[in-house]
Ligand binder design. Structure first.
Ligand code: SF4
Length: 462
């Protein structure tokens, strides 16, 4: 298997307790709404005291067949959609991961990246412990088992939290753990990834994004804050703090790219953020720029292009229709797949493109592969000029906290001028949101922006 880089995952998690006695269909529905967070595999673990796992490669609908759900039983469960970036897409890595210990089942689903996992794995292996997968999740689960050394039904929220803090304190994680008749959810100290809780008529649920709760009869939605978690039992739920949050680092890409526009992440609506980013982009770098049409790179570029169009008065049009059934290119692990997918993913609208001076708005430029292919496509459809704009600043550093940003050398913006980037992707011009303008949207010091800064990650490296 060809590996792009040795790192990270960006995933979606959903779980909880449902009053109806069969949580499995709720898990599937929740994961479908989080499908944008990972399309490589999906799985659910559900039941009561004993846990049944259904998981497979592919999108949620194909990985979790409805025929399994009809006769499913059990009020408790967790689910996961996965995108692997480690290049290791073996079946054992598909989550949730279930282990039976002292005759009791325990399952775990994880979103994030824990840098200490490698060292802990090596330590365990030296004493003869065997791992069935290469995922961090198995390391977390085994670390918990070794630390607590008692039946999972006896694990307390405080003991699990203590073990996470002591062993994985510099990583990024949102974790769901399914113990006999109990669900626990934890968000790390820094709060890199989002975790939301909902009290509904149907039960209690926890998810990466609040969009996963739509369709349920929601009474209340609460953001699980950094260094906090939730414990859900038949009797109810409790949201608890387990440590002092420090250096809060909410990933700005959750707003710019990953999350659904319908979600409210870190107390901000994602769609509104993207509109504002588009407006700021125009006002800060393009004040006197004129074009015939503003076209978004769908989907995350949509709100940004609307904002840019509103500020510039350049007419907004959908010049590229996205095939919703194709996978997203940034969250595809293989470079070859990316190039191929761009052509299958976007369908150009010739009447919008032909003889037009186009300003093409995207959320970011990572490797530049997608932009390059799209620009080629636009020119083949008769575009007069194509000017590329990115609502995120230049990404010039990699990420150790759960996002697949390649090595610096693979990043298109690393050590290149705007002109050099434009030449490489075949655009007439390229402009990025200036880094200092990001604070107009992401105010205060609660945000992680390390990938926009040179050598910043080395300072923060765990
Ligand atoms: S380094 Fe960039 S991608 Fe990684 S968590 Fe920070 S903002 Fe997000």
């Amino acid at each position: 298997m060809f590996k792009i880089k040795e790192l990270n995952e960006e995933c979606g998690i959903f779980g909880g307790y449902c009053l109806s006695g069969n949580i499995a269909p709720y898990l599937k529905c929740g994961l479908l709404k989080l499908q944008h967070r990972g399309q490589e595999s999906a799985g659910i673990s559900f039941g009561g005291e004993f846990q049944k796992v259904i998981k497979n490669y592919g999108l949620v609908n194909s990985a979790i067949d409805n025929s399994f759900l009809k006769n499913a039983q059990g009020n408790f469960g967790i689910g996961h959609v996965r995108y692997s970036t480690f290049g290791d897409d073996r079946k054992e890595n598909i989550q949730p991961l279930k282990i039976t210990y002292m005759g009791e089942d325990v399952s775990l689903a994880h979103n994030g990246n824990v840098s200490q996992a490698k060292k802990i794995r090596e330590k365990f292996e030296r004493i003869g412990e065997v791992f069935l997968s290469s995922s961090d999740s198995e390391v977390i689960l085994k670390r918990l088992i070794f630390s607590l050394k008692k039946k999972p039904s006896l694990w307390t929220f405080e003991e699990v939290a203590k073990c996470l803090v002591e062993n994985f304190s510099s990583g990024s994680y949102c974790i769901l753990i399914y113990l006999p008749n109990r669900i626990m959810g934890f968000r790390d100290n820094f709060g890199y990834r989002p975790l939301m809780f909902a009290k509904c008529n149907e039960g209690y649920f926890v998810a990466s994004e609040d969009v996963a709760f739509y369709g349920l009869n929601v009474q209340e939605i609460v953001e699980i804050k950094p260094a906090c978690g939730v414990e859900i039992t038949k009797e109810g739920y409790e949201i608890k703090s387990f440590a002092q949050p420090k250096n809060i680092c909410q990933c700005v890409f959750e707003q710019i790219y990953f999350s659904s526009p319908a979600s409210n992440i870190f107390s901000k609506n994602v769609y509104a953020t993207r509109i504002k980013l588009g407006e700021i982009l125009f006002n800060s770098v393009d004040k006197n720029f004129k074009a015939d049409v503003a076209i978004p790179v769908m989907d995350s570029g949509l709100g940004c292009a609307i904002g840019y169009s509103q500020a510039s008065k350049i007419p907004f049009h959908l010049g590229l229709i996205r095939n919703s059934w194709m996978e997203r290119s940034f969250i595809q692990p293989l470079q070859e797949k990316r190039t191929l997918n761009v052509r299958q993913k976007f369908m150009p609208v010739k009447s919008v493109i032909e003889n037009k001076k186009i300003v093409l708005i995207d959320d970011s430029l990572v490797r530049g592969t997608t932009s390059c292919e799209i620009i080629k496509m636009l020119r083949q459809c008769g575009a007069k000029e194509v000017h590329m704009r990115s609502v995120s600043p230049k990404i010039i550093n990699t990420c150790f906290w759960g996002v697949d940003i390649p090595t610096k050398e693979e990043l298109i913006a690393y050590n290149k001028t705007d002109e050099q980037i434009a030449k490489q992707i075949g655009a007439d011009s390229v402009k990025f949101l200036p880094q200092e303008m990001l604070s107009e949207v992401f105010e205060g010091n609660l945000w992680c922006k390390k990938c926009f800064r040179k050598d910043e990650n080395e300072i923060f490296l765990p």
